[in-house]
Write a protein that binds this ligand. Structure first.
Ligand SMILES: Nc1nc2c(c(=O)[nH]1)N[C@H]1C(S)=C(S)[C@@H](COP(=O)(O)O)O[C@H]1N2
Ligand SMILES: [Mo]
Length: 257
């Protein structure tokens, strides 16, 4: 396809696929993944998604009345690793978020310092790959300014989130949840490390004391129980090298909604 042709196609795709897709999606539970509509493999899905929905676009935000009365907890809801149990028993008083890897100034921030960072509050819909959705209000530190404060280096390409929960109760840490995003998502204004849910401190079942919100992607990207944020040049060194706990077990790394 030549350039004019591609532009034509994108216009067509945007008007025939995207318009009804964004306009008609029900507030809860609607099939909103463009790749589901197109029904194609990951490589094409990712490029099509990125081509017709600019990655800088904002995820839809909702009115307070739309907040789900019972937001469904999923995956780990009560981590049992010894370090986590100590922190939760102490009300996360000595807990610190570490920001490290390819940064000039590694950080170790307690919750009070995180609350003093540039923040954002947003009411968004969480879409789980299993087919359910819930809406909540999230407040947290914006990831972009945090990385800038840490002096993110030019060779950093991905941000890895290391979590406290081990889904396999593994002895060697191979079952620890982790996730990763690229810098486009890391610096997106709606990408936050959330400490509040619906105006109250994040409950344990939803990821206390801190969880990622990366609103342009599916639920499993939203790492709960985040202990450490690591800037890296490659994802090869983690798990099976696919960029996340579920990715290592077959899920797509880019999970656009
Ligand atoms: N650390 C960690 N993060 C996680 C999970 C998990 O099991 N452990 N599950 C993921 C999945 S599949 C979903 S749908 C959401 C669920 O978030 P919720 O419990 O707030 O609904 O968290 C995601 N983040
Ligand atoms: Mo999920």
């Amino acid at each position: 396809m030549n350039d004019a042709g591609r532009r034509q196609w994108l216009k067509l795709a945007a008007s025939s696929v995207l318009a009804p897709w964004t306009g008609a999606c029900t507030p809860e539970g609607g099939a909103s993944r463009i790749d589901r509509i197109l029904g194609v493999g990951e490589a094409l899905t990712t490029s099509v998604h990125r081509a017709i929905v600019p990655r800088s676009a904002m995820a839809r935000e909702f009115a307070p009345a739309m907040i789900s009365p019972d937001f469904r907890p999923n995956g780990s809801t009560d981590p049992q690793t010894p370090g986590y149990l100590e922190h939760s028993a102490a009300g996360f008083e000595d807990w610190r978020l570490r920001v490290e890897g390819l940064v000039d100034r590694p950080l170790a921030l307690d919750l009070a310092s995180l609350r003093a960072q540039p923040a954002r509050t947003q009411i968004t819909r969480h879409d789980c790959v299993e087919g359910w959705s819930s809406i909540a209000k999230w407040s947290g530190a914006r990831l972009g300014p945090l990385l800038a404060r840490a002096g993110l280096r030019k060779d950093a390409k991905f941000i890895v989130f290391h979590c406290a929960d081990d889904l396999d109760d593994s002895a060697d840490g191979s079952g620890l949840y982790y996730e990763s995003i690229d810098l486009v998502d890391a610096f997106h204004p709606q990408t936050i490390l959330a400490y509040d849910m619906n105006d109250a401190p994040l409950p344990i079942q939803h990821g206390a004391p801190l969880r990622l919100r990366v609103e342009r992607q599916l639920g499993y990207k939203h790492a709960k129980y985040v202990m450490r944020v690591e800037a890296v040049a490659s994802l090869d060194a983690f798990g099976k090298g696919r960029g996340g706990y579920w990715e290592d077990r077959g899920y797509d790394w880019y999970a656009g909604v």
